[in-house]
Write a protein that binds this ligand. Structure first.
Ligand SMILES: [Zn+2]
Length: 220
């Protein structure tokens, strides 16, 4: 059955519904995974229907692969939407985007951007959460009452004003420096990599060592 005949069958069906119920039927695109009551109900019914015995209808390998990929993606997006982790990133990345600019930068830059986005960067505030003995303060601020958070490093530390002016937009914020154009993502990445070595950026070994030391100290 071609797509055209499927569309014709759908049209025929909705014409029947209209004449049977004397009502108006409107096709309207709505966003998925947005907890719209009617759509959630339709989704539940569709899943219930899909679990019932299906007519045996052979499909081509290409179609089977498309269906498998679609289902896998849908499951992944649902799990991501319902999950408890990564919520700080979820605000900005709530769907799968194959054309996301982060895909256009190098692996090393991707790691840096992702770490800054998740706030799991080897900065003192995060290292202090792993090991309470590690001071959480910014090493650049003389008065030393500033936590070295991602926001402090990227947006506020007065000692990094020059670097910020060179590499970040005039009014930097999370969106325009971490979820932006390819060039900006590259600049944001290079504005921060001076903080840790290439090896640490690539492997996360610094955080891992801190974690291991802390676990050892707890066991001792
Ligand atoms: Zn500072």
């Amino acid at each position: 059955m071609t797509k055209d005949t499927e569309i014709l069958k759908v049209r025929e069906k909705y014409n029947q519904l209209i004449s049977a119920h004397g009502t108006r039927l409107v096709f309207q695109w709505i966003p998925g995974h947005a907890y719209i009551a009617g759509n959630v109900k339709a989704d539940i019914l569709a899943k219930k229907g899909a679990q019932q015995q299906q007519p045996c209808k052979p499909v081509t390998y290409t179609t089977a692969r498309q269906i498998t990929n679609h289902n896998y993606r849908e499951n992944w997006v649902n799990m991501w939407a319902m999950g408890q982790t990564g919520r700080v990133v979820y605000k900005y990345m709530n769907s799968l985007k194959t054309n996301d600019n982060i895909r256009t930068i190098s692996r090393k830059e991707q790691v840096t951007i992702f770490r800054l986005g998740t706030q799991h960067a080897p900065l003192n505030y995060h290292l202090n959460r792993i090991n309470p003995q590690h001071p959480p303060m910014c090493p650049l601020c003389n008065d030393n009452d500033q936590f070295e958070t991602t926001d402090h490093l990227l947006l506020h530390c007065p000692n990094l004003d020059d670097l910020r002016q060179d590499l970040l937009p005039p009014t930097p914020d999370t969106t325009n420096i971490l979820y932006s154009t390819t060039d900006q993502l590259k600049n944001t990445s290079s504005s921060t990599t001076w903080q840790w070595t290439e090896e640490q950026t690539l492997t996360g070994c610094w955080i891992k060592e801190e974690e291991e030391e802390y676990i050892k100290s707890k066991k001792a």
